[in-house]
Design a protein around this ligand. Structure first.
Ligand code: AMP
Length: 145
């Protein structure tokens, strides 16, 4: 049985939690001499708010994208992730993380998990969403404790 990971994809929400998720992913990268890629998914404001907001959201969206790009680059620099392995994408996190994992042939996705329970668990989380129907293994790193 081949128990190694060759290409690890770390999904980051660009919060403080990303540091703990990154440290686990980096430990696995070293252990398996794997390639490390990272992604942040920007959720289009139009998806979140639809036609409910009677204003043009494009300027705010552009600012969000610029900020996310800077933050993702800073994060990736710290982890020595080369530019070609940094992926800023748009859409729903779960869907985009799955598509990207397939595209780059990742064999492990690493996400943070808040270990929610009760109502929050019923409502779901990104980690649960990534786990459902993932094209490869998923490591959920406990964060925010
Ligand atoms: P959440 O369920 O939103 O608290 O997020 C849990 C984990 O999902 C985060 O620690 C990240 O690993 C991942 N995640 C959440 N939002 C995003 C996003 N927009 N882009 C990439 N990964 C994300």
């Amino acid at each position: 049985m081949d128990a190694a990971f060759n290409h690890i994809l770390i999904a980051v929400d660009l919060t403080e939690d990303a540091r703990s998720v990154a440290s686990k992913a980096c430990a696995l990268r070293t252990k398996f001499s794997a390639t490390l890629s990272c992604t942040h998914v920007i959720e289009p404001l139009s998806l979140a708010y639809g036609g409910d907001v009677p204003m043009d959201l494009s300027t705010i969206q552009e600012q969000l994208q610029e900020t996310a790009k800077l933050q993702l680059n800073e994060f990736a620099e710290d982890l020595d992730i080369p530019e070609e392995n940094r992926h800023l994408v748009y859409g729903r996190p779960e869907t985009e993380i799955h598509s990207l994992a397939e595209e780059i042939q990742a064999d492990l996705i690493v996400v943070g998990s808040h270990g929610r329970h009760g109502l929050a668990l019923l409502l779901g989380s990104t980690a649960n969403g990534v786990l459902q129907g993932s094209p490869c293994d998923v490591l959920a790193v406990r964060v925010g404790e």
